[in-house]
Design a protein around this ligand. Sequence first.
Ligand code: SF4
Length: 76
Amino acid sequence: RAEVLPESDPAAVALGYKADASKVDVKKWPTYAKDRLCANCQLYAGKSTDPMAPCGAFGGKQVSAKGWCAAWVKKA
Ligand code: SF4
């Protein structure tokens, strides 16, 4: 099982990752929107119902389904 991405990871900080997307600073990260979550991101390597899954933007470390970061891309 892959390592969980800490919010303090420099790569996570650089992309504004929050495990709880409601904590995203919208002034700093204007591309965040409420319906944008790891669970519906193209880079979330799991089912949308999985609570955590590896993320391609962070070397496969696990991110939270309810999270968000600036690399979010709508799942095709
Ligand atoms: Fe979540 Fe997508 Fe960012 Fe990965 S790239 S942390 S799945 S929003």
